[in-house]
Design a protein around this ligand. Structure first.
Ligand code: UGA
Length: 370
């Protein structure tokens, strides 16, 4: 292990530390390193167990506040996970989605360029845009990017994220790495509608909620779109591979791009191409796993129902039909490859969901944002 992990003088700032990815990253940093954490978020319910940790300082804030941005950029490593990233909001709240995914991270990037921090910015696989059913492997530095028309507000999020990537890449003196997650799944993903969030969560949480409620899973436009699902624990391992190589390349404290295997000035897909499924296949797998968890026959679980995307999400909804990540770059530069198979990821996620919400009244009003 890299000796830097034992260095208790290092503080990493994690923006969005209370979110789905943030809560797992926080746990891993505190268990695998001696680092301190400066954590920023608006919602801390997933990390209650860490609030009293003497190696952590938490702040209830968001990046709309300039003084918070400057404070965050004082730390040598800044991980930015904060975003509005729930598709149902891309249509209804496009201006907020764009502010959250462009204005705020751009301000943080400016501050990091000034202070010399290494900014690890979480972007999205959605920057690959309106991919078609026969799209092949998506390569970080080669694939052409195509979006729907401006009237299709589904793309508000992706275009804001892409603009942020371009802004970051154009900033002189910024030490940056961009991460593009491909459908991370695992415990604590999103929310259960009407219990701890409102709107439509991403597919895993939405299907899990329907299963627990005994309702049919909704297949948007027939469920023919494909996604490559990635364990959030693999994603955390990616972050440690990134930290290690960053330290070896002297990313922290250096003044210019390192030679050789540097993770700087690079965008990385984090995904698992072996875990590709159509959404209809995902629904079938989840029904079977759920029936097994409950010890009931699968035909006692309601059959999925088809629904149109516009009817379900609202006017302006479009979809990416296939998102298959090339993971060659992460393997070559960081020695990282996701390894958790789809059946393991789904069982672990669904068991967590069933356990977590088993004492909840499913008609409770929502109390937290996404
Ligand atoms: C979303 C976000 O927009 C991305 O930023 C994010 O990177 C990505 O999730 C992710 O988790 O990595 P998307 O993959 O479209 O993008 O997210 P989902 O809402 O989970 O939808 C996946 C597919 O399932 C879509 O085809 C959607 O139409 C379908 N779906 C979703 C259903 O068929 N039924 C549902 O109940 C929900």
């Amino acid at each position: 292990m890299n000796l830097q992990f034992n260095d208790s003088s290092i503080t990493v700032a994690v923006v969005g530390c209370g979110g789905f990815i943030g809560c797992h990253l926080l746990d891993a940093i505190l268990t695998r390193t001696q680092w301190r954490v400066f954590g920023v978020d608006l919602d801390f319910y997933r990390i209650q167990h860490r609030l009293g940790d003497e190696r952590c300082e938490f702040m209830v804030a968001d990046l709309a506040d300039k003084s918070v941005v400057e404070r965050i950029a004082k730390y040598p490593i800044v991980v930015n996970l904060a975003a509005i990233c729930v598709p149902s909001r891309y249509m209804a709240e496009a201006p907020e989605v764009i502010r959250s995914n462009y204005d705020h991270p751009a301000a943080l990037a400016d501050a990091c360029a000034k202070s010399g921090s290494w900014l690890i910015h979480f972007s999205t696989s959605e920057i690959y845009g309106r991919t078609s059913a026969d799209s092949g492997l998506l390569l970080e530095d080669e694939t052409e990017l195509t979006f729907g028309p401006v009237t299709a507000s589904r793309w508000s999020y992706a275009t804001a994220k892409l603009l942020t990537e371009r802004y970051i890449a154009g900033l002189k003196n910024l030490k940056w790495t961009v991460v593009r997650p491909f459908n991370f799944v695992g415990p604590y993903m999103d929310f259960m509608p009407g219990v701890d969030g409102s709107g439509i969560p991403r597919v895993l949480a939405n299907f899990s909620s329907a299963l627990v409620r005994g309702e049919p899973l909704k297949l948007v436009n027939g469920g023919v779109a494909k996604r490559s699902f990635t364990s959030v624990f693999d994603a955390v391992d990616f972050m440690f591979a990134l930290f290690e190589v960053g330290f070896s390349a002297n990313a922290v404290g250096m003044t210019s791009k390192a030679a050789g295997k540097s993770p700087l000035s690079q965008a990385f897909n984090i995904g698992n191409p072996d875990n590709e499924l159509t959404i209809a296949e995902l629904a079938e797998k989840m029904r079977k796993i759920f029936a097994d968890i409950r010890g009931v026959p699968v035909d006692s679980i309601p059959e999925p129902e088809e629904v149109s995307g516009v009817e379900y999400y609202g006017e302006g909804y479009e979809d990416s039909m296939r998102r298959l990540p090339s993971v060659e770059k992460a393997e070559r530069l960081l020695g990282f490859k996701a390894k958790t198979p789809i059946d393991v990821v789904l069982r672990e996620s669904l068991e967590w969901f069933v356990g977590h919400y088993s004492n909840t009244s499913y008609s409770d009003t929502d109390s937290a944002s996404s």
